[in-house]
Design a protein around this ligand. Structure first.
Ligand code: PLP
Length: 389
């Protein structure tokens, strides 16, 4: 029997992909499936972005690019950061990567080793914990609580830091809860981090523009005092409906930039060249498609929250960001993963059980409302009929 290194016995995965495969299988067998499982916009990538990729190919941009991304693309990212946060970031601190996930992969690889502790949100994006375990580091969950509006608590986070903690991962607006952490909490966290100067931070800001009801997204980039240890994960996937293009960017401090550049050289060489040109067009081109998408998400968000709250045994806090609802299903008497599975098999509605995002996800399921209003209404009817039968 082939024996791989033990890291591969510990690597996890993202159950949303397994649910997607099962949902597609059921649909192929003729079942009417409504997919509220996978986290990706149901909109098409705007035409001008697609055209930019086609033009780049026709213009002969088919070869390797610098490992960190073409300069024009990194300059576009710097403009984007400036326009959203008012911060000036040098293109020399920006790398274009094949999807947002690659940034967490690189950051966790850089700091994870046996004996090290890495803090990550629970419930949170499942790959954080998976990658931490892969490296042999100890995953330390930072609880994300419904009673706290699914924001992280600075005090609770700080109470978990010790001299073994190497990396702190935060995510706002958050997957799977839709929680947005308020400015006061972030300011408190940053102020107290002064006590831990050797602790690196990774702020996952991939849903940065997806906030509702005037809720503010506070980028960690707006705190210059932590720039020397801050990694910011962001990308094109969610904002411009580009999940399959595999286009992300991240900001790295000077001391880490060359390390991530070398990782790129060793692993992915560079991001697909025409996709980088598409990425420039996404940032510099018209944003009306993004605005329309966000307006649609907002309408659907209300539909989902109202529909779920009309069910006796389910309650749903209003998500403030991203495109997920994370209803509390404890009163249904179901275990969350079993409910998600029964909903898919029996009613054709795909959702994800909360425990797929961490231990504290028990008692919740995640619904992605990146689907049409009509489908969301049909899904809600089916869920209601199922839990109230
Ligand atoms: N970070 C969070 C919080 C996410 O929810 C996702 C995708 O679902 C990612 C990162 C990864 O994004 P990408 O598809 O660009 O790798």
């Amino acid at each position: 029997m082939l024996k791989t290194v033990s890291n591969f016995d510990r690597i996890g995965e993202e159950n949303a992909f397994a649910v997607l495969a099962r949902a597609n299988q059921l649909a192929a067998s003729g079942k009417d499936v409504i997919n509220l499982g996978i986290g990706q916009p149901d909109f098409k990538t705007p035409d001008h972005i697609v055209e930019a990729a086609i033009k780049a190919l026709k213009d002969g941009h088919h070869g390797y690019t610098p490992a960190t991304g073409i300069l024009e693309c990194r300059e576009a990212v710097a403009r984007r950061i400036d326009s959203l946060t008012g911060e000036t970031v040098s293109p020399e601190n920006i790398i274009v990567v094949p999807g947002g996930k690659v940034t967490m992969f690189a950051a966790i690889l850089m700091f994870g080793k046996p004996g090290a502790e890495i803090l990550y949100p629970d419930p949170g994006f499942p790959i954080y914990r998976s990658m931490i375990e892969f490296t042999g580091a100890t995953p330390v969950p930072v609880p994300i609580r419904e009673e706290n509006g699914f924001a992280f608590s600075a005090d609770e986070t700080l109470s978990l830091i010790n001299e073994r903690t190497r990396l702190l991962i935060i995510n706002s607006p958050a997957n799977p809860t839709g929680g947005v952490t308020p400015r006061a909490e972030i300011e408190k966290l940053v102020a107290d981090l002064e006590r831990w100067p050797d602790l690196a931070l990774m702020s996952d800001e991939i849903y940065d523009v997806m906030t509702y009801d005037g809720e503010e997204h506070v980028s960690l980039l707006t705190f210059p005092e932590i720039h020397d240890r801050l990694i910011v994960l962001n990308g094109w996937s969610k904002t411009w409906a580009m999940t399959g293009w595999r286009m992300g960017w991240s900001v790295w401090p000077d001391s880490l930039y060359d390390k991530v550049r070398k990782l790129a050289v060793n692993c992915w060489s560079c991001v697909n060249a025409p996709a980088q040109y598409a990425g420039i067009a996404a940032i510099d081109g018209p944003q009306d498609a993004v605005t329309r998408m966000l307006e649609a998400f907002d309408r659907r968000r209300k539909l989902v929250v109202d529909g779920l709250n009309a069910m006796e045994s389910i309650s749903c806090a209003t998500p403030k960001g991203a495109f997920y609802a994370f209803p509390n299903i404890k009163k249904t008497g179901w275990k969350a993963k079993e409910l998600a599975s029964a909903l898919l098999e029996e009613t054709g509605v795909a959702t994800i059980g909360g425990p797929d995002f961490g231990i504290l996800g028990e008692g919740y399921i995640r619904l992605s409302y990146a689907n049409s209003e009509e489908n969301i209404e049909r899904a809600l009817e089916r869920i209601k009929a199922f839990v109230e039968r």
